[in-house]
Write a protein that binds this ligand. Structure first.
Ligand code: NAD
Length: 528
């Protein structure tokens, strides 16, 4: 199979040729990035932020051309590319420009002055170094940038491997930074999984990976072999829980958007609806009506790849065989559009959770609806998935929903909305289970993109610390008195321990001084 997708899923037209990066050239790209990183990290953070911030204007002034390239490669409607990728990415730049200098400021560690006198500790955040960024095709512009922006501002270099399905958008991402950062700081590697594997095995300090659980496992193994960290943002099977008191119009419209956006090729797409049996019929009617109203091509684009179309067809066919009822859609887009990998927006009413349509990631424009007896059953079934990215609760009872949110096994829970928080730069995005680990968005992302360096400053001029050699009976008594003081004895015992320390500490100081004196006169050590 050639490494790059060569025709547009939207128009069927031929796309511009892309040159693959030879596998043997990847080490060189990484070493150039590493050399540039040393210079970049030494720069003042304000200068780095000023340079990277210029990307915002480039994104906004190139908005239409960027959206066109995204739409040509993925098939998604231009407006979706503009809203979800172009504007969202400009917001990411503005967000990090505002907060990152403060986030990178060293901060003091609390140190108990009695146990550790005259010491001050500062926690610095250092750049991680050279970061390999390996990305999928479904949001080929926004996903890399949500890591690029904070990573670069924090002083890292990046070697970027876009998906082989969207290499042209990948190139646009890298080009945004031309002349703004030192040459080589951002390396671009074009190719398929073998190029990604090579990057994981190269001299990088961290891999930030977004993609399927199958590839994520390989990345995790490769990083384990090199003993470097990786962050994994993998698949999802989001549940939407609709309670009996929900605003059904809002719930239906929100669920249809959450499920059909990007033709359902969204890690945070609604892929399961658990609706209270009291309202399931009314909700389903509304979802079916809203789905029928969608215009193929304008509202919902084609699937991006033939493999994706095949998965969607298989899941719907298996669900039908398992007793599921297709209420709308359930087949490929008819007529001329068939060549464009389209699948009609589909709603399926189904009972159990066993079929692939309900258990596995479909990544297509299909909504399975299941009736549940109550909220408890909905939460139990929502949590039974091996994935755990986002989940939503639709209800008028916000307090009750907040309680349910705590029971849901998901990295993000939205109440009366679904999954759009991936576009909020201040919100952490990540999941549990086979959705992997790793956070993008919010200052928590810096826990991956930087590493702490703790610097301790000691102003103690004593020749020996209390706990240094020689170990003596006095030191043991002091340790036991500290144990009582810190909670190892009732109040009376703590008071006795405090008084005993008043005698023990000067005695210990005397021992330490004596030991230092004796060191100048070898043969005279007496620690009794
Ligand atoms: P994929 O795993 O096929 O590919 C992702 C990237 O990994 C590509 O660049 C690919 O070339 C590379 N790759 C493949 N094998 C590799 C290997 N052995 N070593 C290193 N890199 C390798 O995924 P995809 O089909 O491009 O994307 C769809 C998946 O991504 C879905 O499962 C979706 O849920 C997930 N996703 C998750 C999030 C999230 O935030 N959790 C966001 C978007 C997409």
């Amino acid at each position: 199979m050639p490494p790059f997708a060569m025709t547009s899923p939207k128009t069927g037209e031929k796309l511009e040729a892309v040159d693959a990066t030879p596998l043997e050239a990847i080490a060189d790209v990484v070493s150039k990035a590493r050399a540039a990183q040393a210079v970049w990290a030494a720069m003042d953070v304000a200068k780095r932020v000023a340079a990277v911030s210029k990307v915002k204007t480039r994104i906004l002034t190139r908005a239409e051309a960027i959206a066109k390239t995204i739409a040509d490669e993925t098939g998604k409607p231009d407006v979706e590319a503009l809203m979800g990728e172009v504007l969202a990415s400009a917001d990411v730049v503005a967000y990090w420009a505002e907060i990152i200098a403060d986030e990178l400021e060293p901060f003091e560690a609390e140190i108990d002055g009695l146990s550790y006198p005259k010491k001050a500790g500062l926690i610095h955040r250092e750049a991680r170094g050279t970061i390999g960024v390996i990305m999928p095709w479904n949001f080929p512009f926004a996903l890399p940038l949500r890591t690029f922006i904070p990573a670069l501002m924090a002083g890292n270099a990046i070697v970027f491997k876009p998906s082989e399905i969207t290499p042209r958008t990948g190139q646009l991402v890298a080009e945004l930074f031309a002349d703004l950062v030192p040459a080589g700081l951002i390396g671009l590697v074009q190719g398929g999984g073998d190029a990604g594997a090579k990057l994981c095995g190269s001299d990088v300090d961290l891999i930030v990976f977004t993609g399927s659980p199958a590839s994520g496992r390989k990345v995790a193994h490769a990083c384990a072999d090199r003993l470097i960290p990786c962050t994994l943002e993998l698949g999802g099977k989001d549940a939407a829980i609709v309670l009996a008191d929900a605003d059904l119009d809002r719930a239906a419209n929100g669920i249809v958007w959450g499920a059909m956006m990007n033709a359902g090729q969204n890690c945070g797409a609604v892929e399961r609806v658990y609706a209270d049996q009291k309202i399931v019929k009314e909700l389903t009617d509304r979802i079916v009506a809203a789905t029928r109203a969608l215009r193929t091509g304008e509202d919902v684009g084609p699937l991006t790849t033939a493999a994706q179309l095949a998965t969607v067809k298989r899941h719907v066919d298996e669900a039908k065989a398992a007793g599921g009822k297709v209420l709308v859609g359930g087949e490929e887009t008819p007529g001329d559009e068939k060549a464009q990998l389209g699948y009609l927006p589909t709603v399926v009413s189904i009972e159990g959770d066993e079929s692939a349509l309900v258990a596995d990631e479909t990544f297509g424009p299909v909504i399975p609806i299941m009736a549940v007896a109550d909220a408890a059953e909905a939460v139990r079934r929502a949590n039974a998935s091996r994935y755990g990215l986002t989940a939503s609760v639709w209800t008028a009872d916000l307090r009750g929903a907040e309680k349910l949110a705590k029971e849901l096994r998901a990295g993000v829970v939205t109440i009366n909305n679904h999954s759009f928080t991936g576009a909020l730069p201040s919100a952490p995005w990540g999941g549990v289970g086979e959705t992997g680990w790793g956070i993008t968005g919010s200052p928590l992302a810096l826990d991956h993109l930087t590493r702490p360096r703790f610097v301790l400053l000691d102003r103690n001029r004593a020749s020996r610390e209390l706990w240094w050699y020689p170990y003596t009976d006095t030191l043991k008594k002091i340790a036991l008195a500290f144990a009582k003081l810190r909670g190892g004895a009732p109040l009376g015992g703590r008071i006795v321990a405090l008084f005993s320390l008043i005698g023990l500490l000067p005695k210990r100081m005397g021992e330490l001084k004596a030991a230092t004196r004796a060191a100048h006169e070898p043969g005279k050590i007496d620690a009794s």
